[in-house]
Design a protein around this ligand. Structure first.
Ligand code: KIV
Ligand code: ZN
Length: 496
């Protein structure tokens, strides 16, 4: 009999902690619904005490999803717990995720406390959470660097206080797979009552071992894997949902099964990437655009003779089906709407009609439109509603001349113009825009990529700007990469 692994998705909490990737409430609810549709068991919806926006998103997610458990994070602080309980009031299956740091770094430097005091606080927070909900998950933050004997005492006390799930985070992504598995095994063998609760893994990817550590811990007895879509999260990210699910599926000898409909993986990966403005690295396992691309002649020949020569996963099993990628001028509005929704873009009728007009124009030129083309159209449509719009852009550059850009902006109906020179044409365009918008804006990152699937006529630009100390992400796509860069810059500052 296979062992059931519970998938706990924290895209909307740990994933959303990435600077510049914040989602609005509507987007969070959409993602939660897609996680439910895919079969995620527990959705960590947010950290309600952190902001009124987060509180209200957790509440709306609690109302919107039907069967998954909805979990809210707290510190070991009474106010946090009370507010979290309020936010998940409407959840059909509410869970509070509370806890405290247990490593010497946390005890000594963060809390300036003692191991005994921390143990008492752990017990108190579980008991208090238990007064609101039955299902309480306790986390021992930085468990990866916590001494096993002390960790076992804290976990045993949390279970005695009523915890139903105990989470053993490798918060800093420090552990080796053997070390993390040994930690879980130690707890399984030494903590009284651990057989009555679910043991959870929560791994970060600082050394690139999050998935390896998660799998090692499952083999040692953990039964809940905490993951994010595309592995997004603080610093190097969290364990990727798609990697754990597909590893369980590709290795039946492990005897693990999950509730995930794997064919939904590619769709949700694109949706999260689009809504969070976070490109997926091309060589990302399972969901990167090169994950199933075979470029060398030897590999192509091998795959044509037998797919399994070089592929351990059938792309269709994760929802990548090249035949479904193509929309043409003969496709109707319904097909476009369906594709937009699968990419995380909702449009009302009027907006859809306008987008469909753009779609037909492009389909006449390009014959076949991919997901990236559709996203570009949706982006153009979204930008039409921005407060600051690009009226015109003219750039001249070449060898032996200094690039110069002149820019016209429409800001809430008023027209502005400026010129600037700089070292490169993109720089010059951005410098001209900055002359008009008198706020302190610095470009932190600018990524220009060609669209995949052999389309070389459209480039996409992801940009991160720092505006008054906060990061904002922007995106655009255009056949002119300088225009795409200027549009992406404006997209970001419109958010600011
Ligand atoms: O990484 C971590 O330790 C966490 C906890 C709050 C669960 O995200
Ligand atoms: Zn974390």
């Amino acid at each position: 009999m296979n062992e059931r692994i519970y998938i706990f998705d924290t895209t909307l909490r740990d994933g959303e902690q990435v600077p510049g990737c914040q989602l609005n409430q509507k987007e969070k609810v959409e993602i939660a619904k897609r996680l439910e549709e895919m079969g995620v068991d527990i959705i960590e919806a947010g950290f309600p005490v952190s902001s009124p926006g987060d509180f209200s998103s957790v509440m709306e997610i609690s109302k919107a999803v039907t069967w998954p458990t909805v979990c809210a994070l707290t510190r070991a602080v009474e106010t946090d717990i009370k507010i979290a309980a309020e936010a998940i009031r409407y959840a059909k299956r509410p869970r509070i995720h509370t806890g405290i740091g247990t490593s010497p770094y946390h005890i000594r430097y963060k809390f300036k406390s003692t191991p005994e005091e921390i143990l008492e606080r752990a017990v108190r927070c579980v008991r208090y959470a238990k007064s609101f909900v039955e299902d309480v998950q306790f986390y021992a933050e930085d468990a990866g660097r916590t001494d096993n004997e002390y960790l076992a005492r804290v976990i045993e006390a949390a279970i005695k206080a009523g915890a139903t799930v105990v989470d053993i985070p490798d918060t800093t992504g420090y552990c080796l797979p053997t070390e993390y598995a040994a930690k879980i095994r130690y707890l399984m063998e030494n903590v009284k009552g651990i057989d009555k609760v679910v043991v959870a893994t929560h791994c970060h990817n600082d050394l690139g071992m999050a998935t390896a550590n998660t799998m090692a811990a499952l083999s040692a007895g953990a039964r809940q894997a905490e993951v994010t879509v595309n592995g997004i999260g603080e610093r190097a990210g969290n364990t990727a949902l798609e990697e754990v699910v597909m590893t369980c599926r590709s290795h039946p000898e492990l005897g693990f099964t999950t509730n995930i409909n794997t064919q939904k993986i590619a769709g949700i990966s694109r949706m999260v990437s689009t809504l969070m403005n976070m490109p997926v690295q091309p060589n990302k396992a399972i969901v990167g655009r090169n994950a199933f691309a075979h470029s060398s002649g030897i590999h192509q020949d091998g795959v044509l003779k037998n797919r399994e020569s070089y592929e351990i996963i059938d792309p269709q099993d994760v929802g990548i089906d090249d035949n479904t990628f193509v929309l043409t001028a003969r496709s109707g509005r319904a097909a476009l709407k369906h594709r937009l929704e699968s990419l995380g873009v909702h449009m009302e009728k009027e907006a859809l009609d306008k987008c469909y007009e753009l779609f037909l124009k492009l389909a006449d030129i390009k014959r076949e439109l991919t997901d990236e083309d559709i996203l570009m159209l949706a982006g153009k449509h979204r930008m039409a509603h921005n407060r600051i719009k690009l009226d015109y852009l003219q750039v001249s550059s070449g060898v032996g001349v200094r690039p110069v850009a002149s820019v016209g902006l429409d800001i809430a109906g008023e027209k502005f113009e400026a010129c600037a020179t700089a070292n490169g044409p993109v720089d010059a365009a951005i410098a001209a825009i900055k002359k008009i918008i008198s706020r302190k804006i610095n470009v932190r990152e600018l990524l220009i990529q060609a669209f995949d699937k052999g389309i070389s006529d459209v480039g996409k630009v992801h940009i991160t700007v720092d505006c008054d100390g906060t990061n904002y992400n922007g995106f655009s796509a255009n056949s002119d990469i300088i225009a795409a860069s200027a549009e992406a810059f404006l997209d970001a500052i419109n958010k600011a």
